[in-house]
Design a protein. Sequence first.
Length: 281
Amino acid sequence: MAAAPELISPKSPRVSAARRLAKRNFRGKERLFLAEGPQAVREAAGHADTLVELFATLDAAERYADIVAEARDAGARLHLADEDVIADISTTVTPQGLVGVCRFLDTPFEDVLAARPKLVAVLANVRDPGNAGTVLRCADAAGAEAVVLTDASVDLYNPKSVRASVGSLFHLPVAVGVPVERAVQGLKDAGVRILAADGAGEDDLDTELDRGTMGTRTAWIFGNEAWGLPEETRELADAVVRVPIHGKAESLNLATAAAVCLYASARAQRAPGGCRSVTPS
């Protein structure tokens, strides 16, 4: 009978290094972050030159043998570990037995502009990591080509942001640390219309759709969960738009409002005359 693979020691420097990535300063210094669970690890393994190491329990390595094989094919080092080691590295209450160490994959803002995106989500002063990850997931689902996190927003690689994105972090370009003024001006110079999502907006989403103005290349700015967008940011936009409340709800949360706005733009862009129906020159 073949000997069982050797388990990595809890005192291994590799375990200590992975554990430190739960803290932002260490993530920034090493330009590495954690991706936990089979979905995130699979996405990381499929994203070129991203997955560096994979920690897996014996049970998870057998259950997700295809993911482990894909990770190894991608060049990641495999460390088999007992459940206590995984629990020590993991930031979740109930770890799923797989934790990947990944390289940062944010995109320079200039590269985002050069790609001439048709739909962009800009997160200005968004502080909740779960919200940031969920908006990223919504943007991915709506077909947006990029997400921009301003310099006052939460860390893209916060473990809660990574989990909330449910793999979307690996699907589309994300620029980080961009001052909101620079983000808006750069997008405007690239021919993108800027819409600020705000509950006090003069126009509502229905009006914009009825006017036929939503089919152009568009960037939506979404503000802080508690206080929305400051006046100086709203003034940078081409229009300030509210999501109409037809029922008795007091408001929508950030991620829900973002999903509504992004899908409205995506639908308008795909309609006859929308920018996605035009053959690129």
